[in-house]
Design a protein. Structure first.
Length: 714
C-alpha cells in the first residue's frame, strides 16, 4: 500500500511538471515586465526548440529593433557562465518581427522599435545525448524610452525538461508563433541599389506582389546607409517599384544593401519583405509614376510640404523683427511714409511691388547658389555670403554710406531710397527694389525657429521645392510692406507728413551706423584688426569723396567731382581688397562672447575623447555674423546658473565657430540636416547620441535638457 501511494505521488508530480509552462516567473524591471517563454514544456533530445525574450512595456514606452535607427540600443541577453548557451548573446540569433516607425523629432530623428509587447524568438539545438533538465540563466539588457531613455536589466532563469515525448507549451508557443508570423518574409524577386551624389536608389522587381494595391512603401536598412528621418520618394513601374532615399555620407554603400521593404495597402495592412540588393544600376520597369496614396511625410518624418511652406512664410515674417534686418527696414519705412504723403496710391503700390520683387528675387538667387553648390558636392548654409570678409567689408561701407545719407550729409536726387545717382534718376522704384535686395542680403543669416524647420527640411529636396521655399521666405519678409501698399485701411495707419519726417529719417541713421559697427566686429573675427582698420580708412575716404562732390563749385567743380569720385571708389575698394587678401591667420582662436567661462574648440575627436572620459558635452555651433547666436549667448549661454549647471553635471562646453568657412563644421550641419547656425547639441555623460536643442534658447530650456540627459545617464 505504501509503495502504491508513493508511485501515485510521483505520477502526479510528473504530470504537474509536464503541464507547467517551461518558464520562470516574470520580472518587473521598472517600465517593462520581462520573462523567457518556450514553445515546449518538454523537449526531446536532438530537436531544435524555440524560446523567446518576452517584454510587456508600460504604455507609451518602447524598445528597439535590430537597427535602432538614429538613436537607441537593441535588446540583448547576456548568458551566465555555465548556462546552456554560454559565451554568446541572444541578439545574434533573435528573429525580429517587423518594427514600428518611431519618429522622435520630425525630420531629424527616426527610430525603429516596438511598443506594447514583443517577443523575440531564438533557436536552441538540444544535444542528442542530453536528458534531464537544462538550465538557462542570464540577464536581459535593453534600453527603454518614452520622453527619456532608461537602460534596464532583468534577471532571467529558465528550466527546460528533456524527455522522451514532446509536450507543447500553449501560451509560450502562441507568443513565439505570433512573432514568426510578424517576421518579414523573404522577397521573391530581384533588387538593386545604386548611389549617385547624396541619393540612394533602391529598385525592386518582386515576382508576386500586387503593386496596384499598395498605398505606401518604405525601406528599413539593417545598417545605416540612409538618413532614417528623411522622406523616401516612391514611384512604380509596370514591373516593380523604386525608392529614392537620402544617403548617409558616413556609411557609404558597399557591395550590397540589406534590409526590409515595408508596404502598406489601402486596408491598412503592413507587410515586410527582407531583401538584399546588389550594388548595381536600377532595374528597368520599376519606376515611373508616384505611388498612389503614398504619404511619405506621415510615414517618415511627420513634416509635409504644406507644413514646410507655412514655416517658411512665418519665418520670413519673423525676419522683420530680427536686429540684422531692422536697420534696413528703416529705409523702407521712410520711403513708405513719403510715398503715402504724396497721396498717390499708385506710387505707393509701385513701391510695395518693387520692394517685394527685390526681396523675392534675392532669395531666389540665394536658392540658386545653394542648389549649384549642392550639386557640386558642397555644403552651403543660410548666411554663407557673410563668410566672405570682402562681402562683410563692403556691407559695412554701404551701411555707413546709407547712414550719412539719412543724416542729410548728401542727397541722392529726388529718390529717398536710391543707392546711387543712376538709381535716383530712375525714381523711387529702383530704390525700393534695391532696398529689398539689401534686406534679403542682411536678413538671410537670421535663421529663426520657423526658418530652421523649413530650410532644414528642404536641404535635400529637389530644386523646385528649394526655390519655392526660399521664395516664400522672401514673400514673408516683404509681406508687411506689401500689405501696407495695397490695403487702404492699413495705409490710413501711416502718420501724416510733417517736420517730424526729417527727424525720423535722421534718427534711422544710427541703426545703420550700429549695423556697420557689428559688421566690423564680424570682419575683425574673420580677418583681424588690419582688415577693420582698412575698412574704417575706406569709410573715411568715402566720406571725403562725398564731401568733395557735394561742396565743390566754381571752375574746379568738375575736377573736384572727379577727385571725389575717385575717393569714393577708393573707399569701396580698399576694404574689399583687404578682406580678400588678409584672412585671419591659420589656427587663430576667436574669443567667445564672454571670456569668463572656459570653452573648448569643437571637433569630433574632442567630443569622442570627452565622452570616453565619462563627461557630457554641449556644443555651440555659432558665428560672429549670426545675430540669434549672439542673442542666445547673452540671454542664456553666458548666464552663471547655466554654466554652473554644466559644471555640476560634468559637461564640457565646446564651440564650433562657423564665422569663416569650415568643412568639418559644414559636414556636421549637413549630417544633421541643419541649414546653418545656430545649432546646439547636448550629449549626456558617456552618451553617443546628442539631443538637438531649438535655435532660440532660454535658461529654462537648457537647464531642463541638462536634467534630462543627466537623469538618463545616471
Amino acid at each position: 500500500m505504501h509503495q502504491f501511494i508513493q508511485r501515485l505521488l510521483i505520477g502526479f508530480a510528473t504530470l504537474a511538471v509536464m503541464a507547467a509552462p517551461a518558464q520562470a516567473e516574470s520580472h518587473d524591471a521598472g517600465h517593462a515586465v520581462v520573462d523567457l517563454v518556450s514553445e515546449r514544456s518538454v523537449a526531446i533530445p536532438g530537436e531544435t526548440v524555440y524560446l523567446g525574450l518576452h517584454l510587456v512595456m508600460d504604455e507609451g514606452w518602447h524598445v528597439y529593433w535590430r537597427n535602432p535607427g538614429d538613436a537607441g540600443l537593441s535588446p540583448v541577453i547576456l548568458w551566465d557562465d555555465g548556462t546552456a548557451i554560454e559565451g554568446r548573446t541572444a541578439d545574434e540569433a533573435f528573429t525580429w518581427p517587423l518594427p514600428e516607425l518611431l519618429p522622435v523629432l520630425p525630420g531629424e530623428i527616426m527610430d525603429y522599435g516596438y511598443s506594447g509587447k514583443v517577443t523575440l524568438p531564438f533557436a536552441y539545438q538540444v544535444p542528442s545525448d542530453l536528458s534531464g533538465l537544462i538550465q538557462f540563466n542570464g540577464t536581459a539588457d535593453y534600453l527603454i524610452c518614452k520622453d527619456v531613455c532608461i537602460p534596464e536589466t532583468a534577471p532571467l532563469s529558465f528550466t527546460l525538461e528533456i524527455g522522451e515525448t514532446q509536450v507543447p507549451d500553449t501560451e509560450g508557443g502562441a507568443l513565439i508563433a505570433a512573432a514568426f508570423a510578424a517576421e518579414p518574409m523573404p522577397l521573391d524577386g530581384e533588387a538593386t541599389a545604386s548611389l549617385e551624389s547624396d541619393r540612394l536608389t533602391l529598385s525592386v522587381k518582386p515576382e508576386a506582389l500586387e503593386l496596384s494595391g499598395i498605398t505606401a512603401a518604405r525601406f528599413l536598412p539593417f545598417n545605416n546607409e540612409i538618413k532614417h528621418a528623411q522622406d523616401q520618394a516612391v514611384t512604380t513601374g509596370p514591373d516593380g517599384l523604386t525608392l529614392t532615399m537620402v544617403a548617409e555620407p558616413r556609411e557609404p554603400l558597399g557591395e550590397q544593401l540589406a534590409g526590409v521593404l515595408t508596404v502598406t495597402t489601402a486596408e491598412g495592412t503592413r507587410t515586410g519583405y527582407a531583401l538584399t540588393a546588389a550594388n548595381a544600376a536600377p532595374l528597368p520597369g520599376t519606376s515611373g509614376s508616384p505611388l498612389s496614396g503614398d504619404a511619405p511625410a506621415a510615414d517618415a518624418s511627420g513634416v509635409n510640404l504644406l507644413s514646410i511652406a507655412l514655416f517658411a512664410l512665418v519665418g520670413g515674417l519673423v525676419l522683420n523683427l530680427m536686429p540684422c534686418v531692422l536697420p534696413v527696414l528703416s529705409i523702407k519705412a521712410v520711403g513708405m511714409v513719403q510715398a503715402a504723403a504724396s497721396g498717390q496710391e499708385s506710387e505707393l503700390r509701385t513701391h510695395g511691388i518693387a520692394y517685394t520683387g527685390g526681396v523675392i528675387l534675392s532669395f531666389l538667387a540665394i536658392a540658386g547658389a545653394f542648389i549649384a553648390l549642392r550639386a557640386a558636392g558642397e555644403f552651403v548654409s543660410l548666411g554663407f555670403q557673410l563668410q566672405y570678409p570682402a562681402v562683410v567689408a563692403a556691407l559695412a561701407i554701404v551701411m555707413f554710406a546709407i547712414g550719412l545719407w539719412l543724416l542729410g550729409v548728401f542727397e541722392l536726387g529726388s529718390s529717398v531710397q536710391g543707392l546711387g545717382g543712376d538709381l535716383a534718376a530712375q525714381g523711387g522704384t529702383s530704390g525700393a527694389f534695391f532696398t529689398g535686395v539689401l534686406a534679403a542680403v542682411v536678413g538671410a543669416p537670421c535663421v529663426g525657429p520657423f526658418l530652421g524647420v523649413a530650410l532644414g527640411a528642404v536641404l535635400t529636396q529637389p530644386a523646385p521645392v528649394v526655390f519655392a521655399v526660399f521664395g516664400l521666405v522672401g514673400l514673408g519678409l516683404a509681406l508687411p510692406f506689401l500689405l501696407l501698399s495695397f490695403v487702404p485701411g492699413l495705409q490710413g495707419l501711416l502718420p501724416r507728413p510733417g517736420a517730424w519726417m526729417e527727424r525720423l529719417k535722421q534718427f534711422f541713421a544710427f541703426p545703420m551706423f550700429l549695423t556697420a559697427v557689428w559688421l566690423l566686429s564680424v570682419l575683425g573675427d574673420q580677418s583681424g584688426s588690419r582688415a577693420v582698420t582698412m575698412t574704417v580708412l575706406g569709410a573715411v575716404l568715402l566720406a571725403l569723396g562725398i564731401w568733395i562732390v557735394t561742396t565743390a563749385g566754381g571752375r574746379i567743380r568738375r575736377v573736384a567731382q572727379f577727385a571725389g569720385a575717385l575717393a569714393v571708389i577708393a573707399g569701396l575698394l580698399v576694404p574689399i581688397r583687404s578682406g580678400l587678401t588678409n584672412e585671419a591667420e591659420a589656427g587663430e582662436t576667436r574669443a567667445y562672447a564672454s571670456s569668463t567661462f572656459e570653452t573648448v574648440a569643437w571637433s569630433p575627436a574632442a567630443v569622442d575623447e570627452a565622452l570616453s572620459d565619462g563627461k557630457g558635452v554641449f556644443v555651440d555651433f555659432t558665428a560672429s555674423w549670426c545675430m540669434i547666436c549672439q542673442a542666445n549667448k547673452g540671454t542664456t549661454l553666458n548666464q552663471a546658473r547655466v554654466r554652473q549647471a554644466m559644471e555640476d553635471a560634468n559637461i564640457v562646453f565646446m564651440v564650433a565657430d562657423f564665422t569663416n568657412k569650415d568643412e568639418t563644421i559644414a559636414a556636421e550641419l549637413k549630417a544633421r540636416n541643419r541649414p546653418g547656425v545656430p545649432m546646439y547639441l547636448l550629449y549626456g555623460p558617456g552618451q553617443r547620441t546628442p539631443s538637438i536643442l531649438p535655435e532660440a534658447l532660454t535658461p529654462g530650456i537648457v537647464l531642463g535638457e541638462i536634467d534630462a540627459v543627466t537623469s538618463t545617464s545616471s
